[in-house]
Design a protein around this ligand. Structure first.
Ligand code: HPA
Length: 246
């Protein structure tokens, strides 16, 4: 049984370096996950993989059933999650193609099913979320980057927006004043749900575009597509190095 899951985002709907052993359909009390869970072997270790946006990349960020995804992973025995996410770079150092392992989150999303603690509770539960990511898993990701000789920004504040539209330049200015260094649409409620289930969770973010107002003009899909491929090849290399360390 694998205790490690990799959740792939934009550009990572499959892992080329994963030897697939089976696919498992899991039904949950919260509805259907983004797809069947893929079991396989990566660098000699058993892992499971789930494509957050679906294997055909058809589910937009605000329609992802985060609760079903996290519940399904926990149900099959997963205890640690490496979440891969394509993001926009807000701070100067987060240039296209650079990896970052954020240590904080600010949630700007709304209208998403964001908690397991809703009904039938014997008492009201508030989980601690002071440090939203598992520091142990973050450090492992950073060691993996070192082993793979990949440049990485070892900290960052992930601002999670509702999407699916990109932000205005003024929204990004505000996020920067808030302290955000990168922006994405899927980090929440995923991280909080993992915490509610007491799972280790850390994100490997890949900068695929300059955030709104930080480049020379509008954000184009062409810019994103070009960078996604190169960035996700780096992520695959990182995973090959980090998985044996777990
Ligand atoms: N904004 C929000 N989410 C994103 C971006 C962005 O610029 N790039 C990739 N995901």
């Amino acid at each position: 049984m694998s205790e490690l899951a990799i959740i792939g985002g934009t550009g990572l709907t499959s892992l080329k370096n994963l030897d697939i052993t089976k696919r498992e359909v899991v039904h949950t009390p919260y509805g259907e996950p983004s797809g069947p869970i893929t079991h396989g072997v990566l660098s000699g270790k058993q892992v499971v993989f789930l494509a957050r946006h679906g294997y055909g990349h058809t589910i937009p960020p605000h329609k992802i059933n985060y609760r079903a995804n996290l519940w399904a992973l926990e149900h099959i025995g997963v205890k640690k999650i490496i979440a891969v996410a394509a993001v926009g770079g807000i701070s100067e150092e987060l240039k296209n193609g650079v990896l970052s392992v954020p240590n904080q989150i600010i949630d700007y999303t709304g209208a998403r099913e964001h908690t397991f603690f809703e009904e039938g509770l014997s008492h009201v539960t508030h989980v601690d979320f002071t440090e939203p990511y598992s520091e142990d898993l973050r450090q492992l990701l950073l060691r993996g980057c070192q082993a793979a000789q990949l440049e990485v920004v070892p900290h960052g504040v992930y601002g999670c927006t509702q999407g699916p539209r990109l932000e205005t330049a003024a929204e990004i200015d505000r996020m920067e004043r808030d302290g955000c260094t990168l922006v994405g649409m899927t980090g929440m409620p995923e991280a909080a749900l993992a915490r509610e289930l007491d799972m280790w969770y850390a994100t490997c973010a890949v900068v695929v575009n300059k955030a709104a107002g930080r480049g020379t003009g509008p954000i184009t899909m062409q810019e994103i597509e070009q960078t996604v491929k190169q960035g996700m090849d780096r992520v695959r290399l990182l995973l090959e190095h980090v998985v044996p360390m777990l």
